[in-house]
Write a protein that binds this ligand. Structure first.
Ligand code: AKB
Length: 325
């Protein structure tokens, strides 16, 4: 595959949890003017708005995507716009439209313009109840039971097809649940692992929507951003996989997370009231084998539970003190 330079970048879903921090990291690396942030409806915050271009577009409406791509001569897309697992169960048709039709539009627009590179993330939601839950292997059963998971498996296959059939340089990882302090996640099953921190700081109480013994693979945002940039900058000749890398950070139960927070805030109380998201969580792995990512592009996570918790509480505590939480 020929290697082209990434000069003009578009981030879809730039107002979202990962997109917002990824855009700032890309702007720091490639220059604010060279990284176009885009969102569907939500207006960007001041940091995103003032550090480079911002455009509204709807990935399901191809002409709105094409207009932005052509206006800025985009050669690289980080396609972060997606409907997540919990919203996907409430609105399966919307999940299909955004996650499949949107992805297809991104791939086609990129193929037609012979773009340099594309990042299209998958998720641990690509796995299902028949997948081994401990050290889930890179190559394994992909039979998810959520619409989000179905779109992620189809998306991986589609991206890998574009690599093979059209020589388009598409890359992606199966993100675990992402924990972060800047932008709240929306509509995911792993959202409790972020909400617990906000509620612990603000009210010293949280009612968790999965059971105390629920273990899921997670990752702290600095590791998530580093992994994303590392994969996109990896030597393509070293890649055996492309759009479906397993990626591990840390794994813990909801109860272990609450206990770690209690080390810092002894009066924090966590209760458990599982809802429909429990079933989704139960269908996903507990730990991930990411040896392909480690071997092919040198992946190594840096944050464990203790480091992540200390950093989250420090950052959110600061915001609380400033009255911005
Ligand atoms: C979700 O919970 O839906 C996402 C994911 C694991 O992809 N955070």
């Amino acid at each position: 595959m020929s290697v082209k330079e990434m000069k003009r970048i578009l981030v879809t879903g730039a107002v979202g949890q990962i997109g917002s921090e990824l855009t700032m990291a890309l702007r720091a690396r490639y220059g604010g003017e060279n990284v176009v942030a885009s969102g569907h409806r939500t207006a960007p915050g001041p940091e995103l708005r003032d550090s480079g271009p911002f455009e509204f577009l709807n990935v399901s409406q191809r002409e709105t995507l094409e207009a932005v791509v052509d206006k800025y001569a985009i050669d690289t897309i980080y396609h972060m716009a997606a409907i997540l697992s919990a919203t996907g169960e409430e609105r399966p048709h919307l999940a299909w439209d955004v996650n499949i039709n949107g992805l297809y539009n991104v791939l086609e627009v990129a193929r037609e313009r012979e773009m340099a590179r594309l990042f299209c993330p998958s998720s641990i939601a690509a796995f299902g109840p028949e997948t081994p839950q401990i050290d889930t292997p890179q190559e394994t059963v992909l039979r998810p039971t959520t619409m989000y998971g179905v779109t992620k498996v189809a998306g991986e296959l589609l991206c890998n097809y574009y690599v093979k059939r059209f020589g388009l340089d598409v890359r992606g990882v199966r993100y675990p649940g992402i924990i972060s302090s800047e932008t709240l996640p929306g509509g995911g099953t792993t959202d409790y692992a972020v909400a617990i921190f906000y509620e612990a700081i603000k009210h010293r109480r949280y009612t968790c929507f999965v059971r105390e013994d629920t273990v899921l693979p997670m990752m702290y945002m600095p590791d998530c951003i580093r992994a994303t940039l590392m994969l996109m900058e990896a030597d393509v000749d070293q890649l055996v996989h492309h759009a479906d890398f397993n990626l591990a950070g840390l794994s813990f139960s909801a109860g272990e997370l609450a206990a770690e927070i209690q080390k810092h805030l002894p009066d924090f109380v966590c209760e458990y009231a599982p809802d429909f998201r429990q079933q989704i969580a139960d269908s996903w792995p507990r730990t991930i084998d990411d040896s392909a990512a480690r071997a092919e592009w040198g992946w190594q996570p840096q944050y464990g539970l203790a480091e992540m918790t200390t950093d989250m509480l420090e950052k959110l505590g600061q915001k609380h003190a400033e009255g911005t939480l």
